[in-house]
Design a protein around this ligand. Structure first.
Ligand code: NAD
Length: 327
């Protein structure tokens, strides 16, 4: 199949491009190179340097390449930035996605796979306002982690609202125009080529600082829990979503909560870092605990996480070592 990977020069997108290539697909990448890099891509993969807000630019790409499926990874994905610049975030994340949906519909694409986010879509589960409403009406208690795909989404930031909005549009394009889709709600993804400014950059930030023997800081008390999933597992989930007959929404994580202090300790061991972190105040609104129940992906896509945290961190540190040596 000829497959378009948007955000293909980015962290997750560039791993997906490689997995697709290995599986024998014909791959093209589209990326504005805002955070992505040409060097993240294998040299033989064509890269269209296009902004997904630019409908005409994307239309030229579709006319020239006629992709049969779209794996949509391009996005602005920084929670804090999304609160500072909600308009740009909506333009890229929502209008950009609509531009791609329109073209995927017009070109009868066989599949639209969307990178959504478990962390930001589910929020923390508990919302004081909803909890109050429900206790008055005797409704169900608010969801708590691990979140399933049935847990009520409660984004706490503009980025999460963007992604949830896109999920609704994608469902509508399926209902109204028969555009088959798979939405993958990623947990906190880490691994080689991660940009330190990304959504789950903590592994990249710690590993880089520790290898350079710089000071390290943890926000909050480090007991915030996250579900850390290795990037190869996420790329493999995309491949399985592409090959599968199913349409639907799937969590993509390990199903295991890990606190930031544990990640810190494992990385300190791997890098032989001896300094202690300083602890900073927790940013307002930061989610304390989120992890995902991924059994639906196991049952329907045949996917489950394969790389455990220690091994994933080892591979990431190995990559970071070679990168800093070559830099
Ligand atoms: P990334 O920043 O490395 O990748 C995003 C890519 O999109 C970059 O290459 C960037 O240049 C490109 N891009 C940004 N704006 C663009 C625009 N207007 N037009 C075209 N290209 C544009 O981040 P990532 O971590 O690889 O994220 C990939 C996807 O996964 C995103 O959709 C993100 O929301 C989602 N996601 C990531 C995580 C995570 O933990 N990293 C978790 C949940 C969801």
């Amino acid at each position: 199949m000829k497959i378009l990977v948007t955000g293909g020069a980015g962290f997750i997108g560039s791993h997906i491009v490689r997995w697709l290539g290995k599986a024998g697909h014909d791959v093209i990448a589209a990326d504005s190179l805002r955070t992505g890099k040409r060097t993240n891509l294998p040299p033989d993969v064509p890269l269209y340097e296009v902004d997904i807000r630019d409908h005409d630019g994307l239309a030229e790409l579709f006319a020239a390449e006629r992709p049969q499926a779209v794996l949509h990874q391009a996005a602005l994905a920084n929670v804090r930035e999304s609160m500072e610049d909600p308009i740009t975030y909506a333009e890229v994340n929502v209008i950009g996605t609509l531009n791609l949906l329109e073209l995927a519909k017009d070109y009868n694409c066989a599949k639209f796979v969307f990178a959504s986010t478990g962390g930001a879509v589910y929020g923390e589960g508990k919302s004081p306002i909803l909890a109050l409403d429900e206790s008055e009406e005797g409704g169900p208690p608010p969801p708590e982690p691990p979140f399933t795909e049935e847990s009520r989404p409660q984004p706490k930031d503009n980025y999460g609202a963007n992604k949830l909005g896109c999920e609704h549009y994608i469902e509508l394009y399926y209902q109204n125009y028969d555009l088959p889709y798979v939405i993958l709600r990623y947990a906190n993804v880490y691994g080689p080529r991660q940009d330190v400014k990304g959504e789950a950059g903590v592994v990249a930030i710690f590993a880089g600082a520790m290898l350079a023997d710089h000071a390290t800081r943890i926000t909050g008390d480090g007991r915030q829990k996250r579900d850390f999933i290795y990037v190869d597992d996420v790329a493999r989930a995309n491949l399985m979503a592409l090959n599968s007959e199913v349409t639907g929404t799937y969590n993509v994580g390990t199903g295991l909560p890990t606190d930031i202090n544990t990640v810190y300790r494992l990385l300190a061991d791997l890098t032989e870092y001896r300094r202690s972190p300083s602890y900073m105040p927790r940013p307002a609104g930061e989610v304390l605990a989120t992890w995902l129940d991924c059994s639906k992906a196991g049952k329907e896509l045949g996917w489950e996480a394969d790389v455990d945290l220690r091994e994933g961190l080892r591979r990431t540190v190995e990559w970071a070592r070679t990168t800093s040596v070559n830099a």
